[in-house]
Design a protein around this ligand. Structure first.
Ligand code: NZQ
Ligand code: ZN
Length: 384
């Protein structure tokens, strides 16, 4: 195991009805900007519930944050927050709203052009405190310090992270996820699955707890993902999925182990250019990624085959082939398609995706930093 510092300051308020506890989490004199997405929280009543819980606070609203939140749009909110002297943010929604809110929190007091936070990794010296009410279990953004923001004008989908943008708290009420369309439920399962894989399917590091935790999360997703699709009103299943998605990317299973993240980086370019949902891009890239890098990941692929898919028979190569096939079938069983062509993206689109990777400096990816542009091209080609 490598040396590590594990830090996570986010308080979790888990369970039905926990929105009622919001007022205790926010300073009484705060001027709060509530951020939300395209309107699902209005339709489902969650926004009203939040406002009722925060009666007496100075409340402002910024709605309409799109999936894959854009710099252009978020800057409007930054303006509003500066104008109204906002000193607390509350994100109500999925990963896009929470990521967008992290960016707003960092941009409000940023000196210079806030896009530099993403494009140049300009250091963040301060951020407005914020909390969140999660409505879509998937990204883990509710308990981590990362965010992904897109500049529409240039098709740049970039990541930033800072310990200053950990949410102060996250309300995780599984009953709030019952209104999700099936496609978003499936997306969440796939995203969480791939988050675990990025931190697990690398090379052995003698990190027994991290491995077993990771395998436990994968097994839970395999068991309860399909159940959530078949029994859309089953709250117990939603509760397990919600906590799994949070633990998949809150730093715990990634502490002290090598990490990959190449699948995400290749996926981001597909979203930036073609607007495909984040989780769908991961379902496209991962099976091909495993195939292209099977030598580098040989030992962990075998462990994954045995402990996650119970594959113990046959040659090592045959077990690895089966594990990759099971992974693909799992995504497809959730109706998340696994080929570029399923989304109307032809082979002719690959050179542009590859050149975007190059432009973004994604030329030495993976746990060994050996995944170059040629390897990325091979992954896209195999995924087509
Ligand atoms: O916008 P509204 O109207 O709210 O509708 C949303 C949106 O259309 C809807 N939705 C959310 N909760 C709902 C609901 N509909 C009905 N009932 C509910 N309870 O779902 C749609 C998708 O929402 P979005 O927030 O975009 O999805 P997700 O949570 O998957 O977030 C995706 C974004 O997170 C980034 C992705 O790149 C993408 O931009 N990620 C962030 C990460 C992080 N911060 O750690 C890691 C991830 O790897 C990922 O990259
Ligand atoms: Zn993801």
């Amino acid at each position: 195991m490598q040396n590590f510092t594990f830090y996570n300051p986010t308080r979790i308020l888990f369970g039905k009805g926990r929105i009622a506890d919001l007022a205790k989490e926010i300073p009484a004199n705060a001027r709060i900007l509530i951020t939300y997405g395209g309107g699902s929280v209005i339709k489902t009543g969650t926004l009203d519930e939040v406002k009722t819980a925060l009666k007496g606070f100075a409340l402002f609203e910024f709605g309409g944050i799109e999936p894959n939140p854009t710099y252009e749009q978020l800057m409007d909110s930054v303006e509003l927050a500066r104008r109204e002297k906002i000193d607390f943010l509350l994100a109500v929604g999925g990963g896009s709203v929470i990521d967008g809110t992290k960016f707003i929190a960092a941009a409000i007091g940023f000196e210079g052009l806030p896009w530099d936070i993403l494009a140049k990794h300009a250091p963040i010296k301060q951020a407005i405190p914020f909390g969140c009410v999660l409505t879509l279990p998937a990204t883990g953004s509710e308990m981590n310090s990362g965010a992904v923001i897109t500049k529409k004008a240039t098709h740049d989908k970039l990541v930033f992270s800072s310990p200053l943008v950990f949410p102060r708290f996250a309300v995780l009420d599984p009953s709030k996820t019952l209104t999700l369309p099936p496609q978003q439920v499936a997306n969440g399962v796939v995203d969480a699955f791939v988050h675990v894989i990025e931190q697990y399917l690398t090379y052995p590091a003698d990190a027994k707890v991290q491995d077993r935790f990771a395998e436990g999360l994968l097994l839970t997703l395999i068991e309860d993902g399909p159940k959530a699709m078949k029994e859309p009103n089953n709250e117990a299943v939603r509760a397990n999925l919600m906590w799994t998605a949070t633990l998949a990317l809150n730093g715990l299973i990634g502490a002290g182990v090598p990490q990959d993240w190449a699948t995400h980086m290749l996926g981001h370019e597909i979203t930036a250019l073609h607007g495909v949902d984040h989780a769908q891009t991961l379902a496209i890239v991962l099976p091909a990624m495993m195939q292209v890098r099977r030598e580098e990941k040989h030992a962990k692929l075998l462990q994954y085959a045995e402990r996650v898919w119970q594959l113990r028979e046959g040659s090592e190569e045959a077990r690895i082939d089966q594990a990759i096939e099971r992974t693909r079938n799992f995504f497809e069983s959730l109706n998340v398609k696994t080929r570029l062509s399923d989304y109307g993206i032809g082979k002719d689109a690959i050179p542009k995706m590859v050149s975007q990777l190059e432009r973004h400096g994604m030329v030495a990816l993976g746990e060994h930093r050996t995944m170059d542009i040629d390897a990325s091209r091979r992954v896209y080609e195999l995924a087509s």
